[in-house]
Design a protein around this ligand. Structure first.
Ligand code: NAD
Length: 506
């Protein structure tokens, strides 16, 4: 491709686009064609410093802006997201590869967090105890942390940044976003729209980059908290490095979610649900369902037949094809990785019922397409079961009993999401109570909680103890200050001698 035609993505610092100054760039592909469509600058330490300084300058004024006015910016931002929905979705699809309808879902789920942030005055109301002692009142307030940062993955380039900056900024912080360098353009558009909505320059900065930028943010003394979403090894690294530098850190990692099918489930519906959850967005979702656990041989056989037939109906196509169920994966390297996991499954002795390797889309031979795959007789000892594949690959693990089915996700190293399909309320209730996973669906294949609840997995799916968005997000991006105040009655100002014992209200 002619390099002159390649667009250059910019950083967004202090309310304005900034060309990269490090001299280092990454390639942004169009996964539909396999061509490089843009280059993205990879920030160095001085560019991170510039973003931090701009955020530091903006934050005190923003924190002093009353919460209702901050909420109004969020209301306006929400409106702008709706106005620009089509443009944003098309841009997102062109860099990520997911179909446009799915990109709209990505933006919509972020927008719902912005709607939550519109209610920030209510969420920030403190607590008050009148008369905790004689003439003594106690009150607690939530104050912003200052400058905070978010590091986000490629698979939800709109929703995940908004999980973070929507709440952080509404709480009165200034935010530095380091989005995925693989699909960096939508995050920049979001920052531009935030400025258009009335956020002051410097309240939201976007700096592109790789490990160098991430390390500079985590170790910068002025950055008070790090919110991270990505793969587990990096999440673990970010968590440890951040903790060593005295930061508050929440770091969400990878996943391997299971869908349990009990014999009494509505099987036709479960097959449809699991097909969408396993193959939608080419399986590149942390809440995808790449493992299905039918309970009993009869359920397994029926599921296998129906799912094989369902896969026959799936259309893989380019992102703008309205008839396509899913598009290409994000990169050639990721395609090769997914296909190597399919080979690993075969080598480990699982039965490959449908093989999605070697899929070619007519007219798009260079696109990063992977057909849907189905494995049967997968076992917990297989590495291809233990690892996150993050592609359109569905693995069947057969279980004899509900006990066995509960044990599988509970004993897996990841614990992000899980779903159970059944008509038995008692079994579902018992399953939800006992399974060791953070987010549970009952006849709901992708149990991503609504914005005013909270998102977070267990075990290697999340490091740190505070979830994304909802009140957990507000807690993460604020700190509590508690004031104990004595106002003695008139005439009783003198209240005795010094006391050398710990004061009590008794
Ligand atoms: P990734 O870990 O490769 O990248 C995430 C971020 O970390 C990016 O911004 C990237 O630039 C940065 N990064 C990459 N390598 C780094 C390094 N060595 N040091 C410092 N920073 C580094 O993840 P990805 O491939 O972009 O996203 C897919 C992963 O994210 C999957 O594992 C998926 O399950 C996970 N994910 C988890 C959730 C969740 O909420 N649990 C949500 C979405 C995605």
């Amino acid at each position: 491709m002619n390099s002159l035609a390649v667009r250059e993505v910019r950083h967004f610092i202090g309310g304005a686009a900034q060309a990269g100054a490090s001299g280092r760039f990454g390639d942004v592909f169009n996964p539909n064609t396999g061509q490089v469509q843009a280059k993205v600058p990879l920030a160095n330490v001085s560019e991170i410093e510039l973003a931090v300084q701009s955020a530091l300058k903006a934050q005190p004024g923003w924190a002093a802006t009353n919460p209702q006015r901050r909420a109004r910016v969020m209301f306006d931002f929400k409106r702008l997201l709706e106005v620009h929905m089509n443009e944003l979705a098309e841009l997102l699809s062109s860099e990520h590869g997911k179909v446009v309808a799915d990109s709209k879902g990505d933006i919509q789920r972020g927008l719902e967090v912005i709607e939550f942030a519109c209610g920030i005055p209510h969420a920030l109301k403190g607590e008050y105890t009148e008369g905790a002692g004689p003439g003594i009142d106690v009150y607690s307030m939530r104050q912003p942390l200052g400058v905070v940062a978010g590091i986000t993955p490629f698979n939800f380039p709109a929703m995940i940044p908004m999980w973070m900056f929507g709440v952080a900024i509404a709480c009165g912080n200034a935010f530095i976003l380091k989005p995925s360098e693989r699909d960096p353009s939508v995050p920049v558009r979001l920052a531009e729209l935030m400025m258009e909505a009335g956020a002051p320059a410097g309240v939201l900065n976007v700096v592109h980059g790789d490990k160098q930028a991430v390390d500079a943010l985590i170790t910068h003394p002025a950055v008070k908290a790090i919110s991270f979403v990505g793969s587990s090894d990096i999440a673990n690294y970010v968590y440890e490095l951040g903790a060593r530098h005295g930061k508050r850190v929440q770091a969400m990692g990878g996943a391997k979610n299971h869908g349990i099918i009990l014999p009494d489930a509505d099987l036709d519906q479960a097959v449809k649900d699991i097909s969408g959850a396993a193959f939608g967005s080419a399986g590149e979702r942390c809440m995808a369902l790449p493992v299905v656990v039918p309970v009993g041989a009869k359920t397994a056989q029926a599921f296998r037949e129906k799912m094989t037939a369902e896969i026959e109906t799936l259309q893989v196509g380019i992102s703008t094809d309205q008839g396509a169920h899913y598009g290409p994966v994000v990169s050639a390297a990721h395609k090769a990785r997914i296909e190597s996991y399919i080979q690993m499954g075969v080598d480990e002795g699982a039965e490959l019922v449908v093989d999605g390797r070697g899929f070619q889309l007519q007219g798009h031979a260079e696109g990063f397409f992977v057909g849907p795959s189905l494995f049967d007789h997968v076992t917990p000892k297989m590495k291809s079961y233990q690892d996150e594949i993050f592609g359109p690959v569905l693995q069947m693990v057969r279980a004899e009993t509900l006990e066995e089915a509960v044990a599988l996700p509970s004993q897996h190293m990841y614990g992000n999401g899980v779903a159970i399909f059944t008509r038995n309320g008692r079994a579902a209730r018992d399953f939800a109570a006992r399974v060791e996973v953070g987010m549970v669906g009952i006849n709901v294949p992708i149990p991503v909680p609504v914005a005013y609840h909270t998102f977070g997995g267990w075990k290697r799916s999340a490091f740190g103890d505070t979830n994304q968005h909802g009140m957990e997000g507000v807690k993460f991006f604020t700190r509590v200050k508690t004031v104990t105040a004595r106002w003695p009655e008139a005439g009783l100002e003198g209240h005795g001698d010094s006391s050398f014992v710990i004061p009590t209200m008794g």
